[in-house]
Write a new protein. Structure first.
Length: 310
């Protein structure tokens, strides 16, 4: 992440993410759950343009359906811009233009990427010079995934997912994403997880006994070994996502049948991430999944977080 001063419109690009591992603890009184997760930023992006303006406004378009994305203060990017202005004492406004490439409500943190990009773009536009630590502090106030979208790469997340520790990940990991036109509500998926647990229903064959990320996950990432990573990927929310969307289970089976090493629901879903042995295999898996009528994208990670373009 970096910032630079500019009097003209500022363009910032921020990546979507997948959760290579996601362990979810019990629900706390504040409504949040403790998490132990491993994020990886992948090459599917949100582009945010910050234009000088007297007031605050927002427009959204892109390669994905944006019909349900709010353009008022419910939008994280708008809230990010206003939070930065309030914190830094900025008296002007900004017109934000967002070009979305990350599926909406797809469990890939597209809204969080918008917020991270808005922070970097407005910091550059206004010359507030908050720096990495200042922007990170604001990001933690906006949402659990926003700090990771700022930094990118591969990282462990604790707490609500916003307590980040960079993780060493060598080489390149190739993924095929199966996206869905119908998103899932993150709060609803967490609520379904709580309900399933209340009824004693198992969410996996071998659920984690603690909120520690397994050593095997970290070793596989450190070695850049997709074959070693595939069997240890895990998501506590997967059963809750599949519970209301049985088509996800069929897609998971098909991706592996077509040659992926393993598949996992990303975050709260419904996006599915298939880990492949390399780019050639990934392209084959992508083509096979597309032949079934699904939307499949070949991406790779890790990639950098929110950064200035041009």
């Amino acid at each position: 992440m970096s910032t630079a001063r500019s009097a003209d419109a500022v363009h910032v690009r921020a990546p979507g993410k997948i959760n290579v591992y996601l362990g979810v603890g019990p629900r706390h009184d504040d409504g949040y759950h403790s998490l132990a997760t491993v994020f990886q930023a992948v090459s599917l992006y949100e582009d945010v343009y910050a234009h000088p303006s007297d007031g605050f406004s927002l427009e959204i378009h892109g390669d994905v359906d944006v019909g349900d994305v709010p353009t008022d203060d419910r939008n994280l990017a708008m809230r990010a811009a206003k939070l930065l202005a309030q914190t830094a004492g900025v008296t002007t406004g900004v017109h934000l233009e967002i070009r979305k490439g990350v599926p909406v409500a797809g469990g890939m943190g597209g809204g969080s990427a918008d917020a991270a990009a808005a922070l970097v773009a407005c910091d550059a536009l206004w010359g507030t010079e908050l720096g990495v630590h200042g922007l990170h502090e604001l990001a933690t106030r906006l949402g659990a995934d926003v700090p990771f979208a700022l930094h990118g790469g591969t990282a462990l997340g604790a707490g609500r997912g916003d307590e980040l520790t960079p993780a060493l990940a060598r080489g390149r990991f190739d993924w095929v994403l199966v996206t869905s036109a119908d998103g899932l509500s993150t709060p609803e998926i967490y609520g379904r997880l709580d309900a399933l647990r209340a009824h004693g229903e198992a969410l996996a064959d071998a659920p984690p006994l603690s909120l520690d990320v397994p050593v095997a996950v970290l070793q596989a990432l450190r070695a850049g070994d997709a074959t070693a990573l595939a069997p240890v990927m895990f998501n506590d929310l997967e059963r809750a996502a599949i519970d209301g969307r049985p088509d996800l289970e069929l897609a998971l089976a098909d991706g592996v049948r077509f040659g992926a090493l393993s598949g996992i629901v990303s975050g709260s879903g419904p996006t599915i991430a298939f880990l492949c042995a390399g780019p050639d295999v990934a392209r084959t898996v992508q083509q096979e999944l597309q032949a079934t009528g699904r939307t499949a994208l070949h991406v790779h990670g890790p990639v950098a977080g929110a950064r200035l373009m041009g």
